[in-house]
Design a protein around this ligand. Structure first.
Ligand code: OAD
Length: 280
């Protein structure tokens, strides 16, 4: 099914409506003490990091099975590392954008604020966020295939492909969760606990199709959180979100930030539970 964009239907009224939605959202956020954010590749798109599933997405140009599975690594570790070396090079040249920066600033504005990200680019931390759960790992970390030691490795480009462990000489692999692998159970447990105790959850720049991350907003909603989605496109989450802000993270998050600051300090009593009248 093809959905029309709100901007196409509403034309000039769209901007005014965005402001109105931002003000409503600032009301919800302003009263909240515990906020959690789930981010995906879309939040880094405006920094110049390609997403996975869009028209220019990485999985349109490369086959995930040959690059991001344990079998692919076993078959051809050099090929897998060449791809990661290219991505590391690309990421090393980009900067966090306004969306990352707003989230970093918001960490100081709420009693509890965490970013759960599916991204491996490290841009949330680079923007200043400290409470970040990197569900899919970190492209700047390597793991020894023999001893499982995890180390930071910032070399870009890599001198030797595939790189080997400085201690034991075994192959190093990217410390990233590949297709067919499980997420760190402790980290996932923390993510679910955060979602289960948050009053507001923002879901920014993810296609909401990759599990288990895609389940997190449902867990938060089940526990009573207000779910706000920010994305230029509708996703499988959109019909379930309490508020859908259609647009780019680098534009919508600063808009919300301005609305939140214009509103002044919140009452701290938690967000209003009456839900916005329209869904999606
Ligand atoms: P996707 O590439 O699947 O989705 C990116 C989402 O970002 C889409 O819904 C876009 O509409 C949206 N988007 C694009 N530009 C945006 C912008 N400027 N602002 C906000 N949103 C924007 O990426 P993820 O959902 O993150 O896993 O993908 C999840 C996982 O699938 C990734 O972590 C990766 C991939 O395979 C691993 O590598 C393990």
């Amino acid at each position: 099914m093809i959905f029309a964009r709100e901007s196409d239907i509403l034309g000039n009224e769209f901007e005014a409506m965005k402001d109105e939605k931002a003000a409503r959202l600032a009301d919800v956020l302003g009263g909240a003490e515990r906020v959690v954010v789930l981010t995906g590749a879309g939040i880094s798109a405006e920094s110049g990091v390609p997403t996975f599933r869009g028209p220019e997405g990485l999985w349109r140009q490369y086959r995930a099975e040959t690059l991001a599975t344990p079998e692919a690594f076993e078959r051809d570790p050099a090929l897998v590392w060449q791809w990661y070396d290219w991505r590391r090079g690309l990421i090393s040249r980009v900067e966090p954008n306004a969306g990352h920066r707003v989230l970093a600033e918001w960490e100081n504005m709420f009693q509890s604020f965490a970013v759960i990200t599916q991204n491996v680019d490290g841009l949330h931390r680079k923007a200043g966020s400290r409470n970040v759960l990197e569900l899919h790992g970190d492209i700047w970390m390597t793991r020894c295939t023999r001893e499982k030691t995890v180390r930071q490795n910032l070399e870009s480009p890599l001198q030797k492909i595939p790189p080997v462990c400085p201690d034991c000489g075994a192959l190093l692999r990217p410390h990233i969760v590949w297709f067919g692998e499980s997420l760190d159970p402790e980290l996932l447990d923390r993510a679910f606990r955060l979602c289960g105790t948050s009053q507001v959850m923002l879901v920014v720049g993810t296609s909401s199709v990759v599990q288990p991350a895609a389940t997190l907003p449902f867990a938060a909603a089940e526990a009573g959180a207000v779910i706000i989605e920010i994305n230029p496109e509708r996703t499988p989450l959109t019909p379930h979100a309490d508020l859908f802000m259609q647009g780019k993270a680098g534009e919508i998050l600063p808009l919300l930030d301005r609305a939140l600051k214009a509103k002044g300090p919140g009452e701290g009593g938690g967000p209003r539970r009456e839900k916005p009248s329209e869904k999606g």
